[in-house]
Design a binder for this molecule. Structure first.
Ligand code: AR6
Length: 171
């Protein structure tokens, strides 16, 4: 099942929420800043341990940590592409963020997950193109893995994204 909500992802009570992180995994602005602020220091501690183990997180990949004081059980940190005009493999990298995050959900028996609109803030990905990539990637993943039952929500912070997702999901 795929749903869209408008709001702040730090309040979502799903098994997991996804963070739009950067390769350092050490925090930043936007939704990343909000998740670390509300979740508290245990998330950053686990991110630092992952850094020691594997180094930076490449664009398109995802890692999983505890969710600290957040209502979710896990935070999946994924690194979206910086928009550079569209010819730098941005769409494939953005799709990989969604698919790799869903892959982690399967590994951790996560049954509900909320995604923010990855890359559409500080990273500058055009919102309509990003929404199309996000919805297509999630639908493809769920279609290709029919045995997997995960409720997926897109949590839109701004009205423009919310309206785009509603329009595209109705179509
Ligand atoms: N809940 C849900 N969505 C949010 C929230 C929130 N609390 N706050 C912002 N958004 P951005 P990016 C939306 O900039 O473009 C960080 O510094 C926002 O409206 O958070 O992937 C990282 O460390 C937008 O639609 O992430 C990276 O350096 C969406 O989240 C860089 O920003 C993504 O915006 C990543 O940039």
């Amino acid at each position: 099942m795929i749903q869209v909500f408008k709001g702040d992802i730090t309040t979502v009570e799903d098994d997991a929420i996804v963070n739009a992180a950067n390769p350092s995994l050490l925090g930043g602005g936007g939704v990343d800043g909000a998740i670390h602020r509300v979740g508290g220091p245990s998330i950053l501690e686990e991110c630092k341990a992952i850094r020691v183990k594997q180094g930076k997180c490449p664009t398109g990949e995802s890692v999983i940590t505890n969710a600290g004081k957040l209502p979710a059980k896990y935070v999946i940190h994924t690194v979206g592409p910086v928009w550079e005009g569209g010819n730098k493999n941005e769409a494939a990298l953005l799709a990989a963020c969604y698919k790799n995050s869903l892959e982690l959900c399967v590994e951790h028996n996560i049954k509900s997950v909320a995604f923010p609109n990855i890359s559409t803030g500080i990273y500058g990905y055009p919102k309509e193109e990003a929404a199309e990539v996000a919805i297509t990637a999630v639908k493809e993943y769920l279609d290709q893995n029919k045995e997997i039952q995960i409720d997926v929500s897109f949590v839109c912070f701004d009205e423009e994204n919310y309206e785009l997702y509603q329009k595209l999901l109705e179509a």
